[in-house]
Design a protein around this ligand. Structure first.
Ligand code: FE2
Ligand code: FE2
Length: 467
């Protein structure tokens, strides 16, 4: 008989926990039906399901219907180290239980991460209706199912380590709704609508990548169950980012082909390069704010306590000093009419370090997209806006800056925003491109075909079979 909840955490040895999760499961199923993909409930979809954490076990391919997808609880194997390796508690044993003094902080970290998972499913729930191909439709459902599994991962931690408060938080994770006026999701970028597939590909490139960096810093946690849970989630996150990066790359490729042939993309139901740039500006700058304030006492507490490390904290090559009490992070801000150097004590600057690592990776991604443009030799490039552009949070939020990071007036910023972010006409143009293409091997006119299939199947495989 199939287990009610697939897991590698010996759930059957803990009847109390198992009962609590089985009580939550029907509420989850209701949420998945109500707020997961709209439609497509009877269709058969070629999906990957995690069935274990062994190599190969995390990617079991099969044809399933969305309501029957099996969401499991999986922790990566034990870490090589048994001791805490950063912050104030270096050398002590890793925690297998929540330390009482950090209970509140840990719960907050887990709830904030957990809230983003169902939020993105809600943001994406209408997109199936306009998928540019079956392989893309499949990818959307794969991302949705895995984000829902990530919710399970966080809910497992809440149920197993936080008693009745944890159970209450788990219920609330199913009650908040992306964009809801009274019960919104916790973080702003997860309340923004994802209107179309270009937004989906930008979201999975930029916002799922924030997810990667947050998970990576939690994967360093001294609270071992959190580290092992998030470590396993990272394998799935890599697929989400690849979906976005390749998706935007294919949109760029199609646009470049048309431009090269002297055709105006807008005239043939494809997307002009300028509009692609605006979407990049929109989703990257909205994501910068997700990292939180560059100067943050919470970040200092999380690091000192060993709850959340820097990106790849465990690597001694990357960091010689895992205490971070000496030295400062330096940033240039424009204040009172001139540039000033701002020094933030290292521990308080943990969000800034993480954001910098994120920015490096985003620049590499945009660089790859520019290689596509180079191949078509059309003499244009795409850029990532400055970390200072259009910020609502942190040290760059008081003084407005342009996309190059230069100070401007508030009025000039408004004009820049008008010029640099998508306006209603741009959204309408992209919306007109969004016509569903559901024939195997065919793709919409605004995007190049994928270079290959997935899950051992060819590109023209019927990844979704409609009923
Ligand atoms: Fe996720
Ligand atoms: Fe993701």
């Amino acid at each position: 008989m199939l287990e009610a909840i697939p897991n590698n955490v010996n759930l059957s040895d803990d009847p109390k926990l198992q009962r609590a999760l089985l009580r939550w499961q029907p509420q989850f199923k209701e949420w998945w039906l109500d707020m997961g993909p709209d439609g497509f409930q009877k269709d058969e979809i070629y999906l990957r399901t995690a069935v274990s954490v062994e190599p190969g076990g995390w990617a079991h391919w099969d044809t399933v219907k969305l309501p029957d997808y099996r969401f499991g609880i999986f922790l990566a194997g034990p870490r090589k180290l048994e001791e805490i390796y950063f912050g104030d508690n270096i050398g002590r044993k890793l925690w297998t239980q929540v330390p009482g003094e950090f209970r509140k902080e840990l719960r907050r970290l887990i709830v904030t991460q957990g809230d983003t998972e169902p939020a993105s499913v809600e943001q994406q729930r209408q997109l199936g209706k306009t998928a540019p191909s079956l392989i893309d439709l499949r990818a959307l459902f794969q991302v949705n199912a895995e984000e829902a599994r990530h919710l399970w991962a966080m809910v497992y931690l809440l149920h197993s380590h936080f008693g009745s408060d944890g159970r209450a938080e788990a219920e609330e994770l199913l009650q908040r709704r992306s964009g809801h006026p009274d019960h919104p999701r916790i973080l702003q970028a997860f309340n923004k609508p994802i209107r179309d597939w270009l937004a989906f590909f930008c979201f999975t490139t930029f916002t799922d990548r924030d997810g990667k960096f947050q998970l990576a810093s939690l994967a360093e946690s001294s609270f071992d169950p959190l580290a092992r849970t998030t470590n396993f989630m990272l394998t799935e996150e890599a697929f989400h980012m690849a979906t976005g990066e390749k998706g935007v790359g294919r949109v760029i490729e199609r646009t470049a082909q048309l431009m090269r042939a002297g055709t105006d993309p807008a005239a043939v139901g494809a997307i002009p390069l300028g509009v692609i740039q605006k979407y990049i500006n929109e989703w990257s700058s909205a994501t910068f704010d997700l990292f939180g304030a560059e100067d943050s006492s919470n970040a200092a507490t999380f690091f000192a306590a060993g709850l959340k490390g820097r990106f790849q904290e465990g690597s001694d090559k990357r960091y010689a000093d895992h205490v971070a009490l000496e030295g400062a992070y330096e940033a240039e801000v424009y204040e009172g009419g001139h540039w000033t150097r701002k020094e933030i004590p290292k521990r308080r600057a943990m969000n800034a370090y993480l954001l910098d690592a994120y920015e490096d990776e985003c620049r590499r991604v945009v660089g790859k997209w520019n290689k596509v443009l180079e191949r078509y030799d059309i003499g244009e490039t795409l850029t990532l806006p400055s970390l200072r552009f259009n910020r609502k949070v942190g040290i760059y939020s008081d003084q407005p800056y342009d996309a190059h990071g230069q100070p401007i007036t508030r009025a000039a910023l408004d004009a820049e925003i008008e010029r640099l972010l998508p306006n209603p006409d741009d959204y309408a143009l992209v919306e007109r491109c969004m016509v569903p293409v559901y024939a195997p091997g065919k793709v919409a006119n605004w995007i190049a075909p994928p270079d290959k299939g997935v899950g051992g199947k060819p590109a023209d495989f019927a990844y979704v079979r409609f009923h």
